[in-house]
Design a protein around this ligand. Structure first.
Ligand code: ADP
Ligand code: MG
Length: 611
């Protein structure tokens, strides 16, 4: 008996729907892209129950001709390309002719459309891929598509969806991006009968960025522009001060499409790297116009990835554009760049060339410490003690050292040391020099501060005694819809940690209290970063009480770095005392060294007092 059969059209469409429209936001995306392709200048998107019960997209575009209506819902029916050759000159957003057939296969669709030139329009109903009615009606020019009860006939797919609120969050994020990517179109977004977002369509990118991201971000933006025959770029990039903990604000659009391209992402991040802390991502909103023949469009539409045929030049153009803008004088942070870097390389290389892994013998250790000491001393800032190779060596060395400390020396973290160490002072506004028991200890103030805050928060959280510090006046924040969602979803956790945040009206929220353990660190960036990280965790489905604590703790670290204020000797003394009473004061929570040391012996060797 034969068991192979050809699937019917509807089944094929349902399977395709799994790829093309896996959730409400994907449906909204396809429908809006169709509206944009139809030349609409005004689009309204409305959802109810996160788009599960209703999605309605209305546009003022070209409309669909009567005879094309049923065909539009057929698989591979498209008006946008006619043959494979057209693929190389594609300018529209969609061209596969899969969206409408896929959507109609898994929902109840109502289409109302009228071409501007015709007197009347048409209403077409198709449910689960089956035409239900087709009639003539009076309606305005343009197209409205209503999608009801998504996945009503494919319950297995419906099960994969998240709560209505979460799905609405995805749609919101998409709408924000669509608004940013199409400043020339007036877009309105309605959720459960309320207007959530609205853009004017006056082509003013900065207005839109202000509207969506708020004042704090829009006042820190730099305009950039580049033009050549095949590539045009314009848009805004954020000053390094508005960096974020994830790539959520690192956006660019190619020919009107929000897309990911490895080379462009890399060029952006490489250009920012010297200006930004590790694991920080910039704000960008860049608009690329690339000659279509240079794009490899034959990629899956949902994967949001695009290949470029002129990768190298796109990399160079992007990299230069951003680097040059960031190098504008007032932006250069106190990081020494160019000239000093050259001097750097030799020394750094020298260190890296040391045999690895280190033998645990005295000579090797001395060699490393000597190098480190040299570098710390060469007061020309040429080698940052933060440079990764130095850090790694110091850490390795510290591990060897702590073993030694326990064995044949009186430990720096003993009761004894707490009473008897002597603070000599601070160098380079960063390092505290401490003498104890024939050792010179060098403590990185920031790392120490991080470590101490981290331990305080972890301890307080462990003992469940977090308290809030009220902010007077409260800080007003503009949150994106996604961020608002995260706040709402995590209300309980946030308040447990000591955050008090209230809706203020519109996209504004007021931050009334912060965790007391963060003291004077009321910096709102800290809260925003925390929110970013939470949002990211939510997206990765890995939000657990532990991971939240972890996030809080790492925020504390960032707080310490940000605080960056000069400590008085008394404050430093208190900090060092607290540090030394910790179980492991040697490494900050990120693994960077907090304390390094140089023995009297090593110094003497250096001065050739001993051989
Ligand atoms: P594609 O966009 O890949 O061509 P779709 O399934 O999304 O495929 O749409 C099929 C066809 O229906 C489009 O090629 C277009 O001709 C027509 N169409 C869809 N939506 C609209 C709209 N909002 N306005 C005008 N025409 C539309
Ligand atoms: Mg389409």
């Amino acid at each position: 008996m034969s068991t192979i059969r050809i699937l019917d059209e509807n089944t094929i469409n349902q399977i395709a729907a799994g790829e093309v429209v896996e959730r409400p936001s994907a449906v909204v995306k396809e429908l809006i892209e169709n509206a944009l392709d139809a030349g609409a200048t005004a689009i309204t998107a409305e959802i109810k129950e996160g788009g599960l019960s209703l999605i309605r997209i209305t546009d003022n575009g070209t409309g669909i001709a009567k005879e094309d209506i049923p065909a539009a819902f057929m698989r591979h029916a498209t008006s946008k390309i006619r043959s494979a050759e057209d693929l190389f000159n594609i300018t529209s957003l969609g061209f596969r002719g899969e969206a409408l057939s896929s959507i109609a296969a898994v929902s109840q669709v109502e289409l109302i459309t009228k071409e501007p030139s015709s007197l009347n329009g048409y209403r077409y109903i198709i449910e689960g891929g089956e035409e239900k009615s087709f009639e003539e009606i009076g309606c305005p020019s343009g197209t409205t598509i209503i999608v009801r009860n998504l996945f009503y006939n494919t319950p297995a797919r419906r099960k994969f969806l998240k709560t209505a609120a979460t799905e609405a969050g995805y749609v919101s994020e998409l709408m924000e991006r669509l608004m940013v990517s199409h400043p020339e179109v007036s877009i309105r977004f309605i959720v459960n009968n309320k207007v959530k977002l609205q853009s004017s369509g006056n082509n003013n990118i900065k207005d839109i960025l202000y509207h969506i991201y708020g004042r704090d971000i829009s006042k820190e933006l730099l305009y950039v522009e580049y033009t050549s025959k095949d590539v045009k770029i314009k848009g805004y990039i954020g000053k390094p001060t508005i960096s974020r903990g994830n790539r959520g604000f690192e956006n660019y659009f190619i020919n009107g499409r929000y897309i990911k391209n490895y080379i462009i992402t890399k060029a952006i991040e490489d250009a920012y790297r010297p200006f930004m802390m590790q694991h920080k991502y910039p704000f960008t909103s860049l608009y690329y116009e690339i000659t279509p023949s240079l794009l490899d469009v034959n990629v899956h539409p949902q994967k949001l990835e695009l290949k470029l045929n002129n990768q190298d030049s796109i990399y160079d153009i992007t990299h230069h554009l951003i680097k040059d803008a960031l190098s504008g004088k007032e932006l250069i942070p106190k990081v020494s760049l160019s000239d000093d870097n050259k001097k750097n390389t030799n020394k750094t290389e020298y260190i890296t060339k040391l045999p690895e892994p280190f033998e645990k013998n005295r000579m090797d250790r001395l060699k490393v410490l000597e190098t480190i000491a040299n570098e710390l001393k060469s007061n020309d800032n040429s080698v940052s003690p933060d440079s990764p190779s130095v850090q790694i060596k110091v850490m390795e060395q510290m591990d060897l050292f702590s073993e030694d400390l326990d064995a044949d020396k009186v430990s720096f973290i003993s009761e004894q040391s707490l009473i008897n160490h002597r603070i000599i002072g601070q160098v380079f506004s960063t390092y505290w020099l401490v003498e104890y028991n024939k050792e010179l200890y060098i403590i990185d103030q920031h790392a120490a501060h991080e470590k101490v805050l981290y331990e305080r928060i972890m301890t307080a959280a462990g003992e469940n005694k977090h308290s809030s510090q009220l902010l007077m006046p409260p800080i007003v924040l503009t949150l994106t819809l996604k961020e608002q969602q995260t706040v709402n979803d995590n209300k309980e956790i946030l308040s447990k940690l000591g955050y008090e945040i209230e809706h203020f009206g519109g996209n504004e929220f007021s931050l009334r209290a912060v965790p007391a353990d963060l003291y004077n660190l009321t910096d709102k960036d800290l809260f925003l970063e925390f929110l970013d990280e939470l949002t990211q965790e939510v997206a990765a489905h890995k939000l657990s009480p532990e991971s939240i604590l972890e996030k809080t703790a790492s925020m504390a670290c960032k707080a310490a770095v940000k605080a960056n204020h000069s400590f008085s000797t008394d404050e430093a003394a208190a900090l060092i005392k607290e540090l030394l009473s910790l179980e492991n004061p040697y490494h900050c929570p990120h693994g960077r060294p907090v304390i390094i040391s140089i023995s009297q012996y090593e110094l003497e060797k250096k001065f050739k007092r001993v051989l």
